[in-house]
Design a protein around this ligand. Structure first.
Ligand code: GDP
Length: 297
């Protein structure tokens, strides 16, 4: 489960703090040093850790905390609040167009991150909310990706649009939106092609799609298991293609949690959902506060 080792370490640190009754500034500093070590071991971005520790320190060595009745618990409360704020404070919804207006969502991400699976998971969520989604296979390089989307679409009972011939993704997107408008769909989710690494061609493709159709939300899918690599990729995607938010997959298998803890702070963009398994129902809304509490155990 996500964050296991971080949770265990933090719990040990807090147990010691709580057992102390009164805290000296030295006690707090020592605890912060250990928290810093635990976050770095969890693969949280170095700059993010530094800023986080700075914030906690500033609040924790304040008079109210040091002279309070329960200084250890106060420090835990501050860490909890700062973790929540690190992950975005508020839950952010994917912004859909109002009423019956059509929303176009573009899914982006590296190959294997879980983009195609997540596209189908999202379609299910929106269908439950009364939308009529159309999934669009824009990955023209991997026929397997198209058939995977079709299989998953069928499971979710959501229509999948594809063009088997070798057209450009931007053209497919344009035709798909026209098809959606004609057929009463009010949500189009474009599953774009991933690559093993970020390259110009992939970014160009995303930009071309954005020129061809109005994309209301660009969502980046990143794999939690790849830690800081995922966060660096998110930064680059955002700089080159512009993203509105992130979905983090495979949190069920990630014992460290560094990507979830860093990506908001590094990109400035919220985490919308987290993937918690391979099943199409394994997609959870992201609640920063609940996640912080989960991390603290
Ligand atoms: P894509 O190349 O980005 O489209 O990735 P896929 O959607 O094909 O997913 C790659 C692999 O990750 C598949 O085996 C998925 O079942 C798996 N996967 C996707 N999301 C999750 C998740 O949240 N948890 C787990 N455990 N596996 C996932």
């Amino acid at each position: 489960m996500a964050f296991d080792s971080l949770t265990e370490k933090l719990q040990n640190i807090f147990r010691q703090l709580r057992s102390k009754g009164r805290l000296t500034e030295e006690d707090v500093k020592e605890a912060l040093k250990e928290i810093k070590r635990a976050l770095l071991a969890a693969d949280v971005n170095f700059k993010v850790v530094k800023e986080f520790i700075g914030n906690v320190q500033q609040r924790a060595v304040g008079q109210d905390v040091m002279n309070g009745l329960n200084p250890g618990q106060m420090v835990v409360k501050i860490v909890n609040e700062e973790l929540t704020s690190l992950m975005g404070s508020e839950t952010t919804e994917i912004a859909l167009q109002p009423g019956k207006a059509m929303t176009v969502i573009m899914m982006a991400g590296l190959q294997g991150a879980g983009k195609t699976t997540t596209t189908a998971k999202l379609a299910g969520k929106f269908k439950q909310k009364g939308k009529k989604p159309l999934l669009v296979a824009c990955d023209v390089y991997r026929p397997a990706a198209i058939s995977q989307l079709k299989i998953n679409g069928e499971k979710q009972q959501v229509e999948v649009f594809s063009m088997e011939d070798s057209r450009k993704p931007a053209e497919i997107a344009r035709e798909a939106v026209a098809y959606a408008e004609k057929n009463g769909h009010n949500l189009v989710i474009l599953d774009t092609a991933g690559r093993l690494h970020i390259d110009e061609e992939m970014m160009e493709e995303l930009q071309q799609i954005k020129k061809a159709v109005t994309v209301h939300q660009t969502i980046l899918v990143i794999d939690a298991m790849t830690g800081q690599d995922a966060v660096n990729a998110a930064k680059e995607f955002h700089e080159k293609a512009g993203i509105d938010g992130v979905i983090i997959t495979k949190l069920d298998g990630d014992t460290r949690g560094g990507a979830a803890l860093s990506v908001k702070a590094v990109t400035g963009k919220p985490i919308f959902y987290v993937g918690m398994g391979e099943k199409l129902s394994d997609l959870e809304q992201f609640y920063p506060e609940r996640m912080a509490s989960r991390i603290l155990g």
